[in-house]
Design a protein. Structure first.
Length: 232
């Protein structure tokens, strides 16, 4: 299924405000995964289902504060389309060398999926405080999509330097392939490789350092202050 897209509308990332001495630690927020730069104009077409992607983070910041992704919903949709976001650890069964989703780390409240004039919209979650490991699965469960409506998540190219996208050895192609992870009715997961497109879904994650890191930084500031007072 192909949809024409004319670029990604960048949104400012909102970070958790944590005091560091006299200044806010919002300046410490860092993007740890970013796959929002280049779209081939294609999307998933799962309808009422749960589907998502596995991502690996860069850097060391692991208190997740913000998450965003983009989707398509048919203009003129009935208005009862709903979504719910899940973040899971990769401690489930191993399939083709990939650890599948397991322990639930976070679930959002359900939210409305809007039908905009061109069909494209973005969900932004901010103010989170979720401790995440180095790699997770993110998925969205969708309901309310009717047979005359289209709904899907947008494929973008590899995340490049800000985060990584794992691959698996596809028995059909004989090559390492990217994939999405649809959840089946029995709760199991599949590795799904769509032919002709990199299976990396549009997403961006922002995080701040863990509290132990803040404590070390605050301690360092205290030591510097003591040394400055001694030097006077």
């Amino acid at each position: 299924m192909q949809k024409t897209k004319t670029g990604f509308k960048t949104a400012a990332c909102l970070s958790a405000a944590i005091l560091l001495g006299a200044s806010s630690a919002s300046s410490l927020a860092a993007v740890i995964y970013d796959n929002t730069d280049s779209s081939p104009g294609q999307m998933t077409d799962q309808g009422n289902a749960e589907i998502g992607d596995i991502v690996q983070f860069t850097g060391t910041d692991r208190i997740l504060t913000d998450f965003q992704f983009e989707y398509f919903l048919s203009p003129g949709a009935s208005g009862n389309e709903m979504g719910q976001i899940f973040l899971r650890a990769l401690d489930g069964p191993v399939v083709d060398g990939i650890n599948l989703p397991g322990t639930l780390l976070y679930s959002s409240d359900t939210f409305n999926l809007r039908a905009t004039a061109d069909g494209y919209d973005r969900i932004n979650l901010s103010g989170l405080a979720v401790n995440v490991p180095d790699a997770i699965a993110w998925t969205v469960s969708v309901t309310g999509v009717e047979t005359t409506e289209e709904m899907g998540f947008l494929f973008y190219s590899d995340a490049d330097s800000t985060g990584l996208n794992p691959t698996f050895l596809d028995d059909v192609t004989g090559m390492q392939e990217h994939f999405t992870i649809p959840r089946q009715a029995d709760g199991s997961w599949d590795l799904l490789n769509h032919p002709g497109v990199e299976d990396n879904l549009n997403a961006r994650f922002t995080a701040v350092p863990e509290p132990t890191t803040w404590a070390l930084m605050l301690g360092g500031l205290g030591i510097l202050g003591f040394m400055r007072r001694r030097a006077k």
